[in-house]
Ligand binder design. Structure first.
Ligand code: C2E
Ligand code: CA
Ligand code: CA
Ligand code: CA
Length: 279
């Protein structure tokens, strides 16, 4: 239980009771959703400086029978709290692997990458490495085409232990991306000491890039620094042509955002891919 303090009255708050019941109901719903395969991987394209697709980030959606599409902003935190994020995360990883195996068979799609989000609860799980190894072996996916997106919250744990785990993930051949860069307790020492391959500039900086000089300056410095130490940089949440141009002007070469495509189901994504990959 939470420490009581001057909030102890909340245990008698009828509104709080509703919240508890609502949460329990949602948790059951989420378990049912997993059984019924209602959690659907959506794909959002990432492009290079020539607007050619280089891959996609997988973003989950909950296709709820009554509520329609539920945002991950709603159910991922619940999945985190209940531990359901662990099996959910492995399902996403497996879906990515199966997709990569299929893409690997055709020249046009063989070099595409897939990024998957790994949240704190999943990262901490003791079976992470063995499960990833097992899924990679079973699906035959090329781990070099897979990028695990972790956030700075993962790095808040005992950093030596985290670094060891990141090394183990690298030893599997997976690539590592630091998501939402600049929003948490970013430390430049992370960039130096952890085996990262990529950072993602958070969309809050992209949003400010045209008229918030501080955002622009931070984005510019981060891109220069990351590039100088050999990290790939992706800008996320790119919505307009002028944002893309501004980012390109300060050295960014990889982009993701509504300008290039919204997250969509696999069939729709592959159609968009076909159109963009065509010579
Ligand atoms: P994120 O990893 O930072 O993902 C980027 C979010 O920005 C996505 O929201 C995406 O749809 C949205 N986005 C992309 N382009 C644009 C744009 O141009 N403009 C704007 N305004 N937004 C854009 P989404 O899909 O709602 O996902 C929210 C968060 O949920 C993700 O943030 C991620 O933290 C989490 N999430 C989603 N799928 C998974 C998953 O499979 N596992 C885990 N652990 N977390 C996930
Ligand atoms: Ca992400
Ligand atoms: Ca992000
Ligand atoms: Ca985010």
């Amino acid at each position: 239980a939470k420490s009581a303090g001057n909030n102890s009255i909340r245990f008698f708050d009828p509104l709080m009771q509703v919240a508890v019941e609502e949460r329990a109901r949602l948790e059951n719903e989420l378990r049912r959703a997993m059984r019924n395969r209602e959690l659907i991987p959506y794909f959002q394209m990432q492009v290079d400086a020539d607007r050619r697709p280089v891959g996609a980030e997988i973003l989950l959606r909950w296709q709820h029978p009554d509520l329609g599409l539920v945002s991950p902003a709603t159910f991922i935190p619940l999945a985190e709290e209940t531990g359901l994020i662990v099996p959910i995360g492995f399902d996403v990883f497996e879906a990515a692997c199966l997709c990569l195996t299929r893409w690997g068979k055709h020249a046009a799609t063989a070099s595409l990458t897939l990024s998957v989000n790994v949240s704190v609860g999943q990262f901490r799980n003791d079976t992470l490495i063995e499960r990833f190894a097992e899924i990679l072996a079973r699906t035959g996916a090329n781990p070099a085409r897979l990028k695990l997106e972790i956030t700075e919250s993962v790095l808040a744990d005992d950093i030596a232990g985290v670094a060891r785990k990141l090394d183990e993930l690298k030893a599997l051949g997976l690539h590592l991306s630091l998501d939402d860069f600049g929003t948490g307790f970013s430390s430049l020492s992370y960039l130096k000491n952890l085996p990262l391959d990529q950072i993602k500039i958070d969309q809050s900086f992209v949003r400010g890039i045209l008229d918030a000089p501080k955002d622009a300056a931070i984005a510019q410095s981060v891109i220069a620094l990351a590039s100088a130490i050999g990290l790939e940089v992706v800008a996320e949440g790119v919505e307009t042509e002028s944002q893309r141009t501004a980012l390109h002007d300060i050295g960014c070469r990889l982009f993701q955002g509504y300008l290039f495509g919204r997250p969509c189901a696999l069939a729709e994504f592959e159609t968009a891919l076909g159109a963009r990959l065509a010579p």
